[in-house]
Design a protein around this ligand. Structure first.
Ligand SMILES: Nc1ncnc2c1ncn2[C@@H]1O[C@H](COP(=O)(O)OP(=O)(O)OP(=O)(O)O)[C@@H](O)[C@H]1O
Ligand SMILES: [Mg+2]
Ligand SMILES: [Zn+2]
Length: 258
């Protein structure tokens, strides 16, 4: 089941990081939105069972679709973007999930095998931080997954990223590249860039570790606000923002690598 489902999906990208809160879910959701706007058929899978953020960022209310007995389809966000999150199965947004490893692994396997994803150009998988059961299950069940590692510029985050890279090498997962998020803030008053967490650390680390560097995403207050409001897709409309140019460059790198 897993194999036949996956054979209909061209590229599978696992978004991971060493540290929490570096913007994985935001990057995963926004890349999915951008890809679908460029005419790609995209699936977005949230395997962060403890703190699923994707439904919140996109303001998803509905659950999975069950058109007939035994058939489960992802939630359709738009014509070309479908989404699956554990939250859709559990229903209650505030329920705390206590999962043991084996349960988590089988839930993720079912997300991949039992849901009718259909034909997709991309499946973007958002994982919790670190190198635990979730990324491991993805790595083991999606043999051609590519890892996209998100980091922030400061050393404390970069140190943990090296662990993610080691993990990918150990499980034999292809590395798509590194993205530096929260890389400077363009001051809304004077237009100067304030490098809150420093800048360029992600790029330097990528080149030291011989990995593709896909680009720097600046801090963007509108990203926080729109994410909190559950309408991250509205950020797409603000074409003058540097964050959108930055994401476009990352997207170009991803498309070229395919
Ligand atoms: N480029 C950015 N500019 C401004 N805020 C950002 C940016 N990227 C992410 N954020 C904000 O940072 C917070 C954490 O982001 P997010 O939930 O995507 O991180 P995460 O790595 O998925 O966290 P977790 O490890 O808990 O899964 C959110 O409030 C989000 O809006
Ligand atoms: Mg997250
Ligand atoms: Zn200023």
């Amino acid at each position: 089941m897993i194999r036949s489902n996956l054979s209909r999906i061209s590229r599978k990208i696992l978004v991971m990081s060493g540290k929490g809160g570096v913007g994985k879910s935001s990057v995963a959701a926004y890349l999915a939105l951008l890809l679908s706007r460029r005419g790609k058929r995209v699936g977005l899978l949230d395997v962060d069972l403890h703190g699923p953020s994707i439904p919140r960022l996109l303001g998803l209310a509905g659950g999975l679709e069950m058109p007939e007995k035994g058939v489960v389809r992802p939630h359709r966000f738009s014509e070309s973007l479908v989404v699956v999150s554990l939250e859709m199965v559990l229903g209650d947004k505030d329920v705390a999930v206590i999962w043991r490893g084996p349960l988590k692994i089988s839930a993720i396997r079912q997300f991949i095998s039992d849901i009718e994803w259909g034909d997709l150009d991309f499946l973007i998988v958002d994982s919790p931080p670190g190198t635990g059961d979730e990324p491991l299950t993805v790595a083991q069940n999606i043999p051609d997954a590519e890892a996209l590692v998100v980091t922030t510029p400061q050393e404390i985050s970069l140190a943990d990223v090296r662990k993610s890279i080691d993990f990918c090498r150990q499980v034999g997962m292809k590395m798509l590249g590194v993205v530096e998020n929260m890389s400077g803030l363009v001051c809304p008053h004077c237009g100067e860039t304030v490098s809150l967490f420093g800048k360029g650390g992600g790029g330097r680390m990528a080149s030291r570790m011989d990995l593709p560097f896909l680009g720097e995403i600046p801090m963007e207050p509108a990203m926080v606000r729109l994410g909190d409001e559950g309408r991250l897709e509205s950020l797409l409309e603000q074409e003058d923002l540097e964050v959108n140019r930055a994401f476009d460059r990352v997207l170009d790198g991803i498309l070229q690598a395919g």
